[in-house]
Design a protein around this ligand. Structure first.
Ligand SMILES: NC(=O)C1=CN([C@@H]2O[C@H](COP(=O)(O)OP(=O)(O)OC[C@H]3O[C@@H](n4cnc5c(N)ncnc54)[C@H](O)[C@@H]3O)[C@@H](O)[C@H]2O)C=CC1
Ligand SMILES: O=C([O-])C1=[NH+]CCC1
Length: 312
Protein backbone atom coordinates (compact mmCIF):
# COMPACT_ATOMS: atom_id res chain seq x y z
CA UNK A 1 0.00 0.00 0.00
CA UNK A 2 1.36 3.48 -0.94
CA UNK A 3 1.65 6.50 1.34
CA UNK A 4 -1.41 8.16 -0.19
CA UNK A 5 -4.22 9.48 1.98
CA UNK A 6 -6.41 6.70 3.39
CA UNK A 7 -10.16 7.35 3.69
CA UNK A 8 -12.28 4.89 5.66
CA UNK A 9 -16.01 4.87 6.20
CA UNK A 10 -17.93 3.51 9.20
CA UNK A 11 -18.45 -0.01 7.78
CA UNK A 12 -14.75 -0.38 7.05
CA UNK A 13 -13.67 0.88 10.46
CA UNK A 14 -16.18 -1.42 12.15
CA UNK A 15 -14.91 -4.40 10.19
CA UNK A 16 -11.25 -3.69 10.93
CA UNK A 17 -11.59 -2.99 14.65
CA UNK A 18 -11.91 -6.08 16.82
CA UNK A 19 -12.28 -6.01 20.59
CA UNK A 20 -9.70 -8.78 20.99
CA UNK A 21 -7.00 -6.59 19.48
CA UNK A 22 -8.30 -3.28 20.79
CA UNK A 23 -8.53 -4.12 24.50
CA UNK A 24 -4.81 -4.85 25.10
CA UNK A 25 -3.80 -1.71 23.18
CA UNK A 26 -6.14 0.44 25.26
CA UNK A 27 -4.84 -1.13 28.49
CA UNK A 28 -1.29 -0.35 27.46
CA UNK A 29 -2.12 3.24 26.38
CA UNK A 30 -4.02 4.02 29.59
CA UNK A 31 -1.21 2.59 31.70
CA UNK A 32 1.32 4.77 29.87
CA UNK A 33 -0.92 7.84 30.17
CA UNK A 34 -1.13 7.45 33.95
CA UNK A 35 2.67 7.64 34.23
CA UNK A 36 2.44 11.29 33.04
CA UNK A 37 5.66 11.08 31.04
CA UNK A 38 5.25 13.94 28.55
CA UNK A 39 8.10 12.61 26.44
CA UNK A 40 5.88 9.59 25.80
CA UNK A 41 2.28 10.93 25.74
CA UNK A 42 0.78 14.37 25.31
CA UNK A 43 -2.98 14.59 25.59
CA UNK A 44 -4.63 17.81 26.76
CA UNK A 45 -8.17 17.83 28.15
CA UNK A 46 -10.59 18.03 25.23
CA UNK A 47 -11.54 21.52 23.99
CA UNK A 48 -15.30 21.85 23.85
CA UNK A 49 -17.31 24.47 21.97
CA UNK A 50 -21.01 24.72 22.93
CA UNK A 51 -23.50 24.89 20.05
CA UNK A 52 -26.11 26.44 22.28
CA UNK A 53 -29.13 26.85 19.97
CA UNK A 54 -29.07 23.12 19.23
CA UNK A 55 -28.10 21.71 22.65
CA UNK A 56 -24.88 20.43 21.18
CA UNK A 57 -21.11 20.50 21.60
CA UNK A 58 -18.07 20.18 19.35
CA UNK A 59 -15.14 18.46 21.06
CA UNK A 60 -11.58 18.41 19.68
CA UNK A 61 -9.36 15.65 21.08
CA UNK A 62 -5.69 15.78 19.99
CA UNK A 63 -2.95 13.47 21.20
CA UNK A 64 0.67 12.60 20.45
CA UNK A 65 2.13 9.23 21.44
CA UNK A 66 5.82 9.60 20.60
CA UNK A 67 7.04 6.05 21.15
CA UNK A 68 4.12 4.63 19.17
CA UNK A 69 4.56 7.18 16.38
CA UNK A 70 0.93 8.32 16.58
CA UNK A 71 -0.22 11.90 16.03
CA UNK A 72 -3.99 12.07 16.00
CA UNK A 73 -7.03 14.16 16.61
CA UNK A 74 -10.70 13.31 16.83
CA UNK A 75 -13.44 15.83 16.23
CA UNK A 76 -16.69 14.82 17.83
CA UNK A 77 -20.08 16.45 18.02
CA UNK A 78 -22.52 15.41 20.70
CA UNK A 79 -26.06 16.62 21.27
CA UNK A 80 -28.88 16.23 23.73
CA UNK A 81 -31.60 15.15 21.34
CA UNK A 82 -35.32 15.47 22.03
CA UNK A 83 -37.08 12.18 22.74
CA UNK A 84 -38.04 10.59 19.42
CA UNK A 85 -35.45 12.52 17.37
CA UNK A 86 -34.03 10.47 14.51
CA UNK A 87 -30.75 12.42 14.47
CA UNK A 88 -27.67 10.70 15.95
CA UNK A 89 -26.43 12.24 19.18
CA UNK A 90 -22.72 11.38 18.76
CA UNK A 91 -20.82 11.78 15.46
CA UNK A 92 -17.07 11.86 14.93
CA UNK A 93 -14.15 11.88 12.51
CA UNK A 94 -10.59 10.80 13.33
CA UNK A 95 -7.49 12.22 11.61
CA UNK A 96 -4.07 10.57 11.72
CA UNK A 97 -0.98 12.65 10.84
CA UNK A 98 2.58 11.81 9.87
CA UNK A 99 4.38 12.83 13.09
CA UNK A 100 7.59 13.93 11.33
CA UNK A 101 6.25 15.52 8.17
CA UNK A 102 2.97 16.81 9.55
CA UNK A 103 0.63 15.84 6.72
CA UNK A 104 -2.60 13.89 7.19
CA UNK A 105 -2.21 10.17 6.44
CA UNK A 106 -5.73 8.94 7.20
CA UNK A 107 -9.23 10.28 7.68
CA UNK A 108 -11.64 7.80 9.12
CA UNK A 109 -15.09 7.54 10.58
CA UNK A 110 -14.98 8.15 14.31
CA UNK A 111 -18.43 6.90 15.24
CA UNK A 112 -17.43 3.24 15.17
CA UNK A 113 -14.16 4.08 16.95
CA UNK A 114 -16.03 6.03 19.65
CA UNK A 115 -18.58 3.28 20.17
CA UNK A 116 -16.04 0.45 20.30
CA UNK A 117 -13.19 2.07 22.23
CA UNK A 118 -15.58 3.41 24.91
CA UNK A 119 -17.13 -0.03 25.37
CA UNK A 120 -13.70 -1.69 25.34
CA UNK A 121 -12.48 0.65 28.10
CA UNK A 122 -15.60 -0.16 30.15
CA UNK A 123 -14.79 -3.84 29.66
CA UNK A 124 -11.31 -3.17 31.07
CA UNK A 125 -12.87 -1.43 34.09
CA UNK A 126 -15.26 -4.35 34.57
CA UNK A 127 -12.46 -6.91 34.31
CA UNK A 128 -10.60 -5.08 37.08
CA UNK A 129 -13.44 -3.89 39.30
CA UNK A 130 -16.64 -5.93 39.00
CA UNK A 131 -17.39 -8.55 41.68
CA UNK A 132 -15.49 -11.81 41.18
CA UNK A 133 -18.83 -13.62 40.76
CA UNK A 134 -20.84 -11.37 38.44
CA UNK A 135 -24.04 -12.89 37.11
CA UNK A 136 -26.34 -10.00 36.25
CA UNK A 137 -25.55 -7.26 33.72
CA UNK A 138 -27.81 -4.23 33.45
CA UNK A 139 -27.64 -1.60 30.69
CA UNK A 140 -29.41 1.75 31.03
CA UNK A 141 -30.00 3.35 27.62
CA UNK A 142 -30.57 1.78 24.21
CA UNK A 143 -28.43 3.86 21.84
CA UNK A 144 -25.02 3.39 20.17
CA UNK A 145 -23.07 3.04 23.39
CA UNK A 146 -25.63 0.67 24.90
CA UNK A 147 -25.24 -1.57 21.84
CA UNK A 148 -21.42 -1.57 21.82
CA UNK A 149 -21.39 -2.24 25.58
CA UNK A 150 -23.81 -5.14 25.14
CA UNK A 151 -21.59 -6.57 22.39
CA UNK A 152 -18.32 -6.39 24.28
CA UNK A 153 -19.68 -7.46 27.68
CA UNK A 154 -21.51 -10.49 26.34
CA UNK A 155 -18.41 -11.43 24.34
CA UNK A 156 -15.79 -11.02 27.03
CA UNK A 157 -17.81 -12.18 30.08
CA UNK A 158 -20.56 -14.70 30.78
CA UNK A 159 -23.71 -13.42 32.52
CA UNK A 160 -26.71 -15.46 33.65
CA UNK A 161 -29.03 -12.55 33.04
CA UNK A 162 -28.90 -9.34 30.98
CA UNK A 163 -31.40 -6.54 31.60
CA UNK A 164 -32.09 -3.32 29.77
CA UNK A 165 -34.00 -0.16 30.57
CA UNK A 166 -34.61 2.75 28.24
CA UNK A 167 -36.77 5.82 28.82
CA UNK A 168 -39.07 4.63 26.03
CA UNK A 169 -39.92 0.98 26.54
CA UNK A 170 -40.40 0.44 22.79
CA UNK A 171 -36.78 1.51 22.21
CA UNK A 172 -35.58 -1.09 24.72
CA UNK A 173 -37.78 -3.67 23.00
CA UNK A 174 -36.36 -2.68 19.60
CA UNK A 175 -32.83 -3.03 21.02
CA UNK A 176 -33.62 -6.58 22.15
CA UNK A 177 -35.31 -7.51 18.86
CA UNK A 178 -32.10 -6.65 17.00
CA UNK A 179 -30.01 -9.05 19.14
CA UNK A 180 -29.44 -12.78 19.25
CA UNK A 181 -29.27 -13.43 22.99
CA UNK A 182 -31.95 -13.20 25.72
CA UNK A 183 -32.34 -9.78 27.37
CA UNK A 184 -35.03 -8.76 29.86
CA UNK A 185 -36.71 -5.40 29.17
CA UNK A 186 -37.39 -3.58 32.45
CA UNK A 187 -40.03 -0.94 33.09
CA UNK A 188 -38.04 1.16 35.55
CA UNK A 189 -34.41 1.86 36.39
CA UNK A 190 -35.04 0.47 39.86
CA UNK A 191 -36.35 -2.83 38.51
CA UNK A 192 -33.41 -3.05 36.09
CA UNK A 193 -30.62 -2.38 38.57
CA UNK A 194 -31.79 -4.14 41.75
CA UNK A 195 -29.40 -7.05 42.36
CA UNK A 196 -27.26 -6.31 39.28
CA UNK A 197 -23.51 -6.91 39.58
CA UNK A 198 -22.50 -4.73 36.65
CA UNK A 199 -24.44 -1.63 35.60
CA UNK A 200 -23.72 0.43 32.49
CA UNK A 201 -25.18 3.93 32.30
CA UNK A 202 -25.10 5.05 28.66
CA UNK A 203 -27.77 7.72 28.41
CA UNK A 204 -28.12 11.35 27.41
CA UNK A 205 -29.51 12.20 30.86
CA UNK A 206 -28.51 15.46 32.53
CA UNK A 207 -30.15 14.62 35.89
CA UNK A 208 -29.46 11.51 37.99
CA UNK A 209 -31.25 8.38 36.84
CA UNK A 210 -29.33 5.86 38.98
CA UNK A 211 -29.69 6.13 42.77
CA UNK A 212 -27.29 4.60 45.27
CA UNK A 213 -30.10 3.16 47.40
CA UNK A 214 -30.98 0.75 44.55
CA UNK A 215 -27.44 -0.48 43.90
CA UNK A 216 -26.32 -3.83 45.30
CA UNK A 217 -23.30 -3.38 47.61
CA UNK A 218 -20.15 -4.43 45.75
CA UNK A 219 -21.61 -3.77 42.29
CA UNK A 220 -19.54 -2.08 39.59
CA UNK A 221 -20.94 0.82 37.57
CA UNK A 222 -19.46 1.85 34.23
CA UNK A 223 -20.80 5.39 33.87
CA UNK A 224 -20.44 6.47 30.26
CA UNK A 225 -22.87 9.36 29.75
CA UNK A 226 -23.03 12.77 31.54
CA UNK A 227 -19.92 14.21 29.91
CA UNK A 228 -20.55 17.82 30.85
CA UNK A 229 -19.78 19.54 34.16
CA UNK A 230 -23.49 20.16 34.81
CA UNK A 231 -24.83 16.78 33.66
CA UNK A 232 -25.52 13.83 35.93
CA UNK A 233 -26.43 10.17 35.62
CA UNK A 234 -25.57 9.06 39.18
CA UNK A 235 -26.84 10.56 42.44
CA UNK A 236 -24.75 11.97 45.30
CA UNK A 237 -25.28 8.92 47.51
CA UNK A 238 -23.81 6.57 44.93
CA UNK A 239 -20.96 8.93 44.03
CA UNK A 240 -19.95 9.50 47.66
CA UNK A 241 -20.31 5.90 48.85
CA UNK A 242 -18.59 4.20 45.93
CA UNK A 243 -14.86 3.99 45.26
CA UNK A 244 -14.52 6.21 42.19
CA UNK A 245 -12.15 5.46 39.30
CA UNK A 246 -11.76 7.66 36.21
CA UNK A 247 -10.01 7.54 32.83
CA UNK A 248 -8.16 10.83 33.39
CA UNK A 249 -8.16 12.91 36.59
CA UNK A 250 -7.82 16.14 34.58
CA UNK A 251 -10.73 15.20 32.31
CA UNK A 252 -12.94 14.10 35.18
CA UNK A 253 -12.39 17.20 37.30
CA UNK A 254 -13.05 19.47 34.29
CA UNK A 255 -15.97 17.65 32.66
CA UNK A 256 -17.82 15.26 34.94
CA UNK A 257 -20.93 16.66 36.64
CA UNK A 258 -21.20 13.41 38.61
CA UNK A 259 -17.80 14.12 40.17
CA UNK A 260 -17.80 17.92 40.35
CA UNK A 261 -21.35 18.38 41.69
CA UNK A 262 -21.27 15.47 44.17
CA UNK A 263 -17.84 16.44 45.52
CA UNK A 264 -16.85 12.77 45.23
CA UNK A 265 -13.22 11.84 45.80
CA UNK A 266 -11.41 10.31 42.82
CA UNK A 267 -9.59 7.25 44.10
CA UNK A 268 -7.57 6.37 40.99
CA UNK A 269 -7.29 6.36 37.24
CA UNK A 270 -7.85 3.05 35.50
CA UNK A 271 -4.28 3.38 34.18
CA UNK A 272 -2.99 3.58 37.76
CA UNK A 273 -4.69 0.26 38.51
CA UNK A 274 -3.27 -1.22 35.31
CA UNK A 275 0.21 -0.01 36.40
CA UNK A 276 -0.25 -1.46 39.89
CA UNK A 277 0.15 1.89 41.66
CA UNK A 278 -3.45 1.79 43.01
CA UNK A 279 -5.48 -1.27 44.00
CA UNK A 280 -8.65 -2.55 42.32
CA UNK A 281 -11.11 -2.54 45.22
CA UNK A 282 -13.48 -5.02 43.60
CA UNK A 283 -15.02 -6.09 46.92
CA UNK A 284 -16.43 -2.53 47.32
CA UNK A 285 -19.06 -0.72 45.28
CA UNK A 286 -17.08 0.90 42.46
CA UNK A 287 -17.83 3.52 39.82
CA UNK A 288 -15.75 3.95 36.69
CA UNK A 289 -16.52 7.43 35.41
CA UNK A 290 -15.68 7.43 31.70
CA UNK A 291 -15.31 10.70 29.79
CA UNK A 292 -13.33 9.48 26.78
CA UNK A 293 -9.70 10.22 25.89
CA UNK A 294 -7.88 11.23 22.72
CA UNK A 295 -5.30 8.47 23.20
CA UNK A 296 -8.10 5.88 23.09
CA UNK A 297 -9.08 7.18 19.65
CA UNK A 298 -5.43 7.38 18.59
CA UNK A 299 -4.56 3.74 19.34
CA UNK A 300 -7.85 2.60 17.79
CA UNK A 301 -7.17 4.53 14.57
CA UNK A 302 -3.60 3.19 14.40
CA UNK A 303 -4.93 -0.35 14.81
CA UNK A 304 -7.48 0.20 12.01
CA UNK A 305 -4.72 1.42 9.71
CA UNK A 306 -2.40 -1.48 10.57
CA UNK A 307 -5.18 -3.99 9.89
CA UNK A 308 -5.93 -2.35 6.56
CA UNK A 309 -2.27 -2.40 5.55
CA UNK A 310 -1.96 -6.07 6.54
CA UNK A 311 -4.68 -6.89 4.00
CA UNK A 312 -2.75 -5.35 1.08
N1 LIG B 1 -17.52 8.29 27.92
C1 LIG B 1 -17.27 8.36 26.64
O1 LIG B 1 -16.15 8.16 26.17
C2 LIG B 1 -18.39 8.66 25.71
C3 LIG B 1 -19.59 9.07 26.19
N2 LIG B 1 -20.64 9.31 25.35
C4 LIG B 1 -21.89 9.72 25.98
O2 LIG B 1 -22.66 8.53 26.18
C5 LIG B 1 -24.05 8.83 26.15
C6 LIG B 1 -24.74 7.92 25.14
O3 LIG B 1 -24.21 8.18 23.86
P1 LIG B 1 -24.80 7.44 22.55
O4 LIG B 1 -25.09 6.02 22.87
O5 LIG B 1 -23.89 7.79 21.44
O6 LIG B 1 -26.18 8.21 22.37
P2 LIG B 1 -27.55 7.67 21.74
O7 LIG B 1 -28.35 8.87 21.37
O8 LIG B 1 -27.29 6.66 20.71
O9 LIG B 1 -28.25 6.97 22.98
C7 LIG B 1 -28.66 7.74 24.08
C8 LIG B 1 -29.59 6.94 24.95
O10 LIG B 1 -29.90 7.74 26.09
C9 LIG B 1 -31.31 7.85 26.25
N3 LIG B 1 -31.61 9.14 26.86
C10 LIG B 1 -31.46 10.37 26.32
N4 LIG B 1 -31.83 11.31 27.20
C11 LIG B 1 -32.20 10.66 28.32
C12 LIG B 1 -32.68 11.08 29.58
N5 LIG B 1 -32.85 12.37 29.86
N6 LIG B 1 -32.96 10.14 30.51
C13 LIG B 1 -32.78 8.84 30.24
N7 LIG B 1 -32.34 8.37 29.05
C14 LIG B 1 -32.05 9.28 28.12
C15 LIG B 1 -31.88 7.70 24.83
O11 LIG B 1 -33.23 7.29 24.90
C16 LIG B 1 -30.93 6.63 24.29
O12 LIG B 1 -31.36 5.35 24.70
C17 LIG B 1 -24.13 10.31 25.80
O13 LIG B 1 -24.24 11.05 26.99
C18 LIG B 1 -22.79 10.61 25.15
O14 LIG B 1 -22.41 11.96 25.22
C19 LIG B 1 -20.54 9.12 24.00
C20 LIG B 1 -19.35 8.75 23.47
C21 LIG B 1 -18.17 8.49 24.26
O1 LIG C 1 -14.84 10.70 24.12
C1 LIG C 1 -15.72 11.03 23.34
O2 LIG C 1 -15.67 10.87 22.13
C2 LIG C 1 -16.93 11.65 23.88
N1 LIG C 1 -17.12 11.78 25.15
C3 LIG C 1 -18.36 12.43 25.43
C4 LIG C 1 -19.00 12.64 24.14
C5 LIG C 1 -18.03 12.16 23.11
Amino acid sequence: MSDSLVLLNKCEVERLLSYDELIPRLESAMGKFSKRDSSEIIQPVRSVVPIQPYNGFLGVMPSYMAADGILCTKMVTFYQRAEGSSLPSTQATVLLFHPERGHITAIMDGEAITAKRTAAVSAISAKLLMPALSEVLCILGSGQQAKSHYDVFTNVFKFKEVRIWSRRREMAQQFVNDLQGPVRVCSSVKEAVMGADLIVTATGASQPILFGEWVKPGAHIAAVGACRPDWRELDDVLMREAVVYVDSREGATAESGDIILSGAHIFAELGEVINGSFPAQREKTTVFKSLGMGIQDAVSAKLVLEKLKSEH
